[in-house]
Design a binder for this molecule. Structure first.
Ligand code: GLC
Length: 426
């Protein structure tokens, strides 16, 4: 499929969104991920709204309808029964009326809702939907700072790799050594029935994912106790940058809707977080990196999480440095942006978040770079992204050297991001 045939790319993207549409939510892809995922849905709503505004709003409203009473928005909503996925509701046992997982995911909803609102042609629908979502997202943001920043550092920690959305990143390896594997219930992985084992996390990692899950379950999913109890507490720049951007975008929206308190609160949270953000800068790597909150040290791992920092309003000098990082990565692999630096011996071009390219990551990095005036690098990312799709189809992720499509196929958020990349070029 030639890259300039944008109408065919659009058609195929729309067909994938339709195929994975379950009426009031989308599944990331059939088989491998049969439920609603948090950040998948928020990013997918952008693509959906290009085809049908009401459907775009509904996607986020469905997710937010499953917010917990304490304000958390879970990473998976199990709308239906499906034995093909592990760990399912019987493992999580969170006790929610519609079963959900017990951890969260990157808070991209605030960003997505501002985008939908700005683009809306149906102003009345936009106004009522945004108003409904505004207070819920505000509560979620407060939940983060109350529960994941108990000492008021200004930045929040993730307590499980799945919360980052970058499940098996090299960023977590060192801290994961601390997570025990004893006492976990016997289990059978289901992901390997849908995808190649060499593209997925290892069994040793799965044991630790499960240990953390059981540790939190034993505390009855009481979020006020989990931070102190978890041996895994990481301050991830990518995760925090998404939250900061969402706080800023929610503040913008709150101003438009005359909700001064929400605007002030979210602006303050973003400003405090941005001030603390500089502590994550690594001169050695020329980018932001994670901090291990248990040891207090920066983690020696240059992943796309640090580059995603540009999604927030970081200082201009840092954004320029991150554009240079992307250019360096571009010299080390045929396509950008590898989820991990190919120059690192731990890099793996096939294995999920340890090297492959993800379109949602490319989208957020390109958006941040464009906002920071780094149009050339942003354009390069966009072109590479569309090239990967045109030659490899709408996969879950891609080998940065060969462009080979990897993981699941007909992937929802990949399709949504293609619509977004094409839209931004109109
Ligand atoms: C994987 C990804 C995560 C995503 C989920 C559904 O777990 O690592 O980011 O949300 O799949 O697509």
């Amino acid at each position: 499929m030639p890259i300039n045939d944008t109408s065919r790319l659009r058609e195929r993207a729309a067909a994938i969104l339709a195929e994975n549409d379950r009426g009031h939510y989308t599944v990331p892809t059939r088989g491998l991920y049969p439920f609603q995922w948090n950040w998948d849905s928020c990013l997918t709503a952008l693509g959906l709204s290009q085809l049908d505004e009401a459907r775009g709003w509904l996607e986020i409203e469905t997710l937010m309808a499953h917010q917990w009473p304490d304000g958390m928005v879970p990473h998976i909503v199990f709308h239906v029964n499906d034995e093909g996925y592990f760990p399912g509701p019987h493992v999580w046992r969170t006790g929610r009326p519609t079963p959900t997982s017990g951890i969260t995911q990157p808070a991209v909803a605030g960003f997505a809702v501002r985008r939908l609102f700005e683009r809306a042609r149906d102003r009345r629908l936009a106004d009522t939907s945004a108003r409904r979502l505004l207070t819920k997202i505000d509560r979620w943001h407060q939940w983060f700072f109350n529960n994941r920043d108990p000492d008021g550092e200004g930045l929040v920690a993730i307590l499980h790799p799945w919360e980052s959305g970058r499940d098996n990143s090299i960023d977590w390896d060192e801290a994961f050594e601390r997570v025990p594997t004893d006492g976990i219930d016997a289990y059978v992985r289901r992901d390997l029935q849908h995808a190649d084992a060499s593209h997925r996390p290892t069994n040793a990692q799965y044991d630790r994912y499960l240990w953390l899950l059981q540790c939190f379950r034993d505390l009855d999913w009481d979020n006020s106790r989990l931070h102190a109890a978890s041996p895994f507490r990481i301050v991830d720049p990518g995760f925090n940058a998404i939250l900061i951007r969402s706080c800023q975008d929610l503040a913008w929206l709150a101003d438009r809707l005359g909700e001064g308190d929400i605007a002030r609160r979210n602006r303050n949270l973003a400003e405090r977080a941005l001030a603390a953000f500089e502590t994550l800068w690594s001169e050695t790597h020329g980018q932001y990196v994670c901090r291990d909150r248990v040891t207090g040290s920066l983690i020696d791992s240059a992943s796309c999480g640090g580059i995603m920092s540009v999604f927030a309003a970081i200082p201009r000098i840092r954004a320029t440095a991150l554009a240079r990082r992307v250019e360096t990565l571009a010299r080390n692999s045929r396509h950008v942006v590898a989820s991990h630096d190919p120059a690192d011996s731990r890099f793996d071009s096939h294995r999920y978040w340890r090297g492959p390219i993800w379109l949602i990551v490319n989208y957020m990095i390109a958006d941040g770079l464009a906002n920071a005036g780094e149009a050339d690098t942003a354009g390069r990312i966009r072109r590479d992204s569309l090239d990967l799709i045109a030659s490899g189809g709408f996969a879950e992720y891609y080998d940065p050297h060969s462009g080979e499509p990897l993981g699941g196929g007909s992937f929802t958020w990949t399709a949504a991001m293609v619509l977004e990349f094409l839209r931004n070029n109109d």
